[in-house]
Design a protein around this ligand. Sequence first.
Ligand code: APR
Length: 320
Amino acid sequence: MARKKIALIGAGNIGGTLAHLAAAKELGDVVLLDVAEGIPQGKALDLSQCGPVEGFDSAVTGSNDYAAIEGADVIIVTAGVARKPGMSRDDLLGINLKVMKAVGEGIKQYAPNAFVICITNPLDAMVWALREFSGLPHNMVVGMAGVLDSARFRTFLAQEFNVSVRDVTAFVLGGHGDTMVPVVEYSTVAGIPIPDLIEMGWSTKERIDAIVQRTRSGGGEIVGLLKTGSAFYAPATSAIEMAQAYLGNQKRLLPCAVNLNGEYGVDNLYVGVPVILGAGGVEKIVEIKLNDEAKANFQLSVDAVKELLVACKGIEPSLA
Ligand code: APR
């Protein structure tokens, strides 16, 4: 059987880490694509030389030409720029929107049957725009945020309870950013919900509230430490988990940014909700019951995403 093809658009910090993970796990042959000349080629050459040591046969190549992604099975998009000091949110939106246009058109031309995972920020708006520009079916274009946000929540909860991260499940809904909604009632240690653990004296509401807040600003905390970039290890591994769910038809239930069509009372908007990922891409959107507080927070999240889409449509009239 021919090997799968994994195309990574953007060969920066996340793109390079994705390439290493995809090759080491032998998800398929890996193509790195970037506008920067030499970067995807150089990283690909370096990574391919990991093969003999780590024992993988995946080919890793780099290119500046979209023809290289032809026939890709999975595409993970990290192309774009990060917000720099002095840059407004709309400036960033304008720049990355142009990048999504180029990427979407490249995907449409060379890999219209791919499963596409977008990571570029502002995530919920960029994944929506990428879907619009690519014209792919909605079930084949998703945004990676929830897996990362819940991984952050799980990490902090495991530290709080002094238990293995493997026994902590967590749920995070809504947009990626300050308005995300970590749902405490659906977060557990081996099935025991957090509110029960509070009653059992394992923690307090105040401490859990602080963890929720830390999760919401989890990306910013890392930017503050790194100073010259944003998180890349956990974002990359989170997207790889989603790619594996698709490639292996695993039917994983994962929080992803997907297009809602009436679910949760939202229409034609990408926002983070639990979904089943399998060979059909987004196979099912799972509507869980939310308490009033989570509902109100989810609505705030939805409103924030809506506002971004209005700004996108103002910048790029073809989206209106
Ligand atoms: N086409 C292809 N690649 C592009 C384009 C484009 N039009 N524009 C920029 N790039 C490339 C850059 O050359 C760079 O190599 O995208 C890459 C981005 O890499 P980094 O700056 O290292 O950013 P990274 O940390 O990988 O994050 C990428 O994910 O989490 C989000 O906010 C983050 O939007 C950012 C994205």
